[in-house]
Design a protein around this ligand. Structure first.
Ligand code: MN
Length: 224
């Protein structure tokens, strides 16, 4: 039987952060350098979603596994609507330290632009054997975040492409969480606020501001 092409990096390999480190110049970017993953002393697994206005706006969806953050770039962001399938492109695993990064990556650097910690919390794999779910291209899990809740699935469709889908449960909703809850989960800042505080260039500030929902979006929704 032909084997499906692996859609995630080889998890048995040492140095899962090599690609992360190779892409970045730590003398210039404020992002943390990747160190060899430490042995986990048990406890809950972290998840984080970072809103990132790089070349294009996307939401970096990260799940802790094997001492690193497995990462997917979700161009449209997560949706609590079970009828919506959001494209999630695999990106390089990130260090756990990255979960605390909110700020501005300088222009000209890899991923240059504003990064917001849009949501964070813990995740629970449905199958304790996470590698088996990855091999099956179907990662089922529950999220316990400030914004994202309930049961979800990531379905691999090949060539680094996955789909992020909400399961039907009490957390399902048709309202757009990216519009309803646009602020940082840790600092309550907007993208523009983060860029301004980091001393972004006028161009980066304008780009970051354009990634915030229109100021009246939430108001018009609630009065509609
Ligand atoms: Mn990104």
């Amino acid at each position: 039987m032909p084997r499906a092409e692996p859609t995630l990096p080889d998890l048995s390999q040492y140095g899962m952060l090599a690609e992360y480190n190779r892409k970045r110049n730590f003398g210039v970017t404020p992002e943390p350098a990747g160190r060899p993953p430490e042995a986990k002393r048990g406890g809950a697994l972290a998840f984080v979603v970072q809103k990132h206005r790089a070349t294009a706006l996307h939401y970096d969806f990260r799940l802790e596994y094997a001492g690193v953050m497995l990462s997917w770039a979700v161009p449209k962001g997560p949706s609590h609507d079970p009828s919506v399938k959001r494209l999630a492109m695999v990106t390089e695993p990130h260090p756990l330290d990255y979960n605390q990064f909110e700020g501005v990556i300088p222009e000209g650097e890899y991923g240059g632009g504003t990064v917001m910690i849009w949501d964070h919390g813990t995740w629970e794999p449905e199958d304790a054997d996470v590698e088996r779910m990855i091999r099956k291209n179907e990662i089922k899990f529950r999220l316990h975040g400030k914004k994202l809740r309930g049961s979800w699935v990531l379905v691999g469709t090949g060539d680094r492409r996955w789909l992020l889908i909400k399961h039907r449960d009490e957390a399902a909703s048709t309202s757009d969480v990216t519009v309803d809850k646009p602020l940082s989960a840790v600092s309550r800042r907007t993208m523009a606020g983060i860029a301004r505080a980091a001393g972004a260039t006028p161009r980066q500030l304008a780009v970051a501001a354009a990634a915030d929902p229109p100021r009246d979006a939430t108001v018009s929704r609630s009065t509609a």
